[in-house]
Every structure is written in structure tokens, then in C-alpha cells.
Ligand binder design. Structure first.
Ligand code: AKG
Ligand code: FE2
Length: 236
């Protein structure tokens, strides 16, 4: 199992000596984001069931409840290198490029900015997470430190036959003299189906079409491994 689904079955590594309190805090935050995420999933299912027939047990809430693949990750963005050109072509996605997450739902805390290990408010109000809406508008995702943002992943778009759309997003680094040495940290919980969960792809899939076999069924684990190959090893 561990070789087949290496990205899901690996053991956690905790910095027990350097930061003994991390494991408990990390798991508590992950559990909170998961529990609230299930409430979001319940409402996603209600919305989708207005447009398509959903079998019992096949909704997002049930899929997430029985999954062993939830993945929490602390994300760290190193201080951006100062640029000589004020208007760099792709400055919008300077910290993390445009993408959609491949799972079901991603829960995010707001970014925390620091300089030399000291928390600061970000000197550039344009820095942070941006999303693209269904109508193509680019919007900054603004939310506070006691709030959680949820983004829809590609698997939800596939399983809901497009009633729900994956949320394209990117992260913009701060710019200007004041931005020197400013880093960003956040926590993401990637909520995703179990590796054994069958994904029955609808006829007209437009996401990663080339990976889907003709009869249109893969487990989430198989699908993820194929995606990791596509992104990181470029085998397909
Ligand atoms: O840092 C963020 O706010 C978003 C992170 C993200 O998009 C990801 O890890 O997939
Ligand atoms: Fe993402």
C-alpha cells in the first residue's frame, strides 16, 4: 500500500525536540477545519442534488467522512527576491502560480506575515491569495485570522458533473522596499476522497482528460498518482 500510494500512506514526521507542542496544535487545527469542511460539503451536496441525481453515500460529505486521505500541511513562502522591474509580467502569481487543487475541498487559514521571525502586518496590501471566479474575475480572498476559507478542488468539479467548479488560485508576494525579508506562513487542509474511492468520470470531462481510461473509472489513489506523474515526472 505504501509503495502504491506513497503520497498518502507515509508517516508524519514531527519535530518533537524543536517544537513539541506542534503535533497537538496541528491536529487540533486540522480537525477543526475538517469538521467545518464537512458542513460546507453538506451544503455543496444540497446544491448539487438540485441539478443532478445523487446516489446515497455518493455525496461529498459521505466521501470525505469515510476517507483516510485528508492531508494537513504548513506552507511557508520565503521572502521574495526584489525585482528590478516594477511591473513584472507575472507579478500576480509571484509566490505561487495559478492552479486548482486536485482534491475535493481545501481549507485555508489566512496568511501570517513575518520579518526575521517577528509577526508583522503585511506592508503591501496587494499581497496574498487571489482566486478566479466563474465569470473570470480575479478577486483577492480577504479573510481574518479567526476565519477559514474553503476552495473547491477538481475532483469535486468532476464528481458534481460541473455543477461545482474548481477554484483557480495563486499567491502574490509583497512588492516594494518594505517587502524586503517578509515571509508568509499558512495552514492548508487538503480534503480528498479515500485512495480506494472509485471515481466514475462523467462522459464529458474536461479536466486532465488524457489521464482518464475509456471506460471512465479510476480510484482516487490511481488518479492522484497519475497526476503527480504528470506534474512532477512528466511521464504522461
Ligand atoms: O498559501 C495559500 O494561501 C494557498 C496555498 C495553495 O494554493 C496550495 O498549497 O495549494
Ligand atoms: Fe492550491
Amino acid at each position: 500500500m505504501c509503495t502504491m500510494y506513497a503520497s498518502y500512506c507515509g508517516a508524519n514526521i514531527w519535530p518533537q525536540d524543536a517544537l513539541p507542542e506542534l503535533e497537538v496544535a496541528f491536529k487540533a487545527l486540522g480537525k477543526l477545519i475538517f469538521d467545518v469542511g464537512l458542513l460546507v460539503a453538506y451544503h455543496c451536496d444540497r446544491y448539487v442534488s438540485r441539478g443532478m441525481k445523487m446516489q446515497k453515500g455518493e455525496g461529498l460529505e459521505q466521501i470525505l467522512l469515510r476517507s483516510r486521505c485528508q492531508k494537513g500541511r504548513l506552507l511557508y513562502y520565503f521572502p521574495a527576491q526584489p525585482s528590478n522591474h516594477e511591473e513584472d509580467g507575472d507579478s500576480m502569481s509571484s509566490w505561487c502560480g495559478w492552479h486548482s487543487d486536485h482534491g475535493s475541498l481545501t481549507g485555508l487559514t489566512c496568511g501570517m506575515f513575518k520579518r526575521n521571525g517577528v509577526e508583522i502586518s503585511c506592508p503591501d496590501s496587494a499581497a496574498g491569495l487571489y482566486i478566479r471566479t466563474r465569470s473570470g474575475e480575479i478577486v483577492k480572498a480577504i479573510f481574518g485570522e479567526d476565519e477559514i476559507a474553503y476552495q473547491i478542488g477538481e475532483t469535486t468539479e468532476i464528481l458534481s458533473q460541473g455543477y461545482l467548479c474548481a477554484t483557480p488560485h495563486c499567491v502574490r508576494a509583497p512588492k516594494g522596499k518594505e517587502a524586503s525579508g517578509v515571509d508568509r506562513s499558512t495552514f492548508a487542509l487538503f480534503m480528498q476522497p479515500d485512495w480506494d474511492e472509485p471515481l466514475n468520470f462523467p462522459e464529458d470531462v474536461h479536466i486532465h482528460k488524457e489521464l482518464i481510461p475509456p471506460k471512465g473509472s479510476l480510484t482516487f489513489g490511481e488518479y492522484s498518482e497519475m497526476l503527480f506523474d504528470k506534474y512532477y515526472h512528466k511521464k504522461t
